[in-house]
Design a protein around this ligand. Structure first.
Ligand code: ADP
Length: 225
């Protein structure tokens, strides 16, 4: 089995490509969705956040008061690091468990949809391939303003908070050019899906694992015979 990291810049079209890949039957693990799951009331990271930050970061219904939490971590980088240290391990645990289940079921690859794949860099070494969804800066700005109902200044601020998209494109194995029509993007995604299906990379892990099993069996046989 092999892992494919899917990323992009804000509003470059990552979610659009992620949805297309799911529709083609790919197993997509969405990091944003997992991040919401681990902080749902009663979930492991929610409990740790409550313990550290107190009830002031909760709404009446028990859900996280994202605005309040946002204010705290915006004002204090140390608190941001603490919040990340409470949520990230929980997200990674679920991610690993999902990947393991896919592996056991015999799937050849899984797509990890991670907005900040390059910015955080932690998961990057485990990716056999990376896909970056690209479009021009003007399109990114226009789509972001439209989708999030932002002013130009606000949208530029969010874009500038991320690593420049051009830098991610340079580091990518595959680039989806989402500057044209959705039909053009769909075609590229279909072609890429074909390439991933034809990739032989999944044999590497199978080969390593079967070698480990064979050596272990060999040693056991030698010791007990
Ligand atoms: P991301 O997940 O990278 O933030 P999205 O996939 O949500 O970006 O796309 C950002 C916005 O641009 C959405 O409103 C989406 O509908 C729109 N969009 C995406 N691709 C195209 C395209 N090829 N043409 C026009 N609009 C697009």
């Amino acid at each position: 089995m092999f892992l494919v990291g899917l990323t992009g810049g804000i509003a470059s079209g990552k979610s659009t490509v992620s949805k297309l890949l799911s529709e083609l039957g790919c197993n997509v693990i969405d990091a944003d969705k997992l991040a919401r799951e681990v902080v749902a009331p009663g979930a492991p990271a929610w409990k740790k956040i409550r313990q550290h930050f107190g009830d002031k970061v909760l709404l009446e219904n028990g859900e996280l008061n994202r605005e309040k939490l946002g204010e705290i971590i915006f004002a204090d980088p140390q608190e941001r690091r603490i919040l990340n240290s409470l949520t990230h391990p929980e997200i990674h645990k679920i991610m690993l468990w999902r990947i393991f289940k896919l592996f056991i079921r015999g799937h050849c690859f899984a797509i990890l949809d991670i907005p900040l794949l390059y910015e955080t860099g932690k998961i990057l070494p485990y990716m056999t391939y990376t896909i970056v969804v690209n479009c021009s800066k003007d399109q990114q700005l226009e789509r972001l303003m439209e989708r999030n109902k932002l002013t130009e200044e606000e949208a530029r601020g969010r874009m500038e908070a991320q690593m420049p998209l051009a830098q991610k494109v340079k580091a990518a194995t595959y680039v989806i050019d989402n500057s044209g029509s959705l039909i053009s993007t769909e075609k590229q995604v279909r072609d890429l899906h074909g390439k991933l299906q034809r990739s032989k990379a999944h044999w590497r892990l199978r080969l390593v694992l079967s070698s480990v099993v064979m050596v272990t069996l060999g040693v056991l046989f030698y010791v007990f015979s």
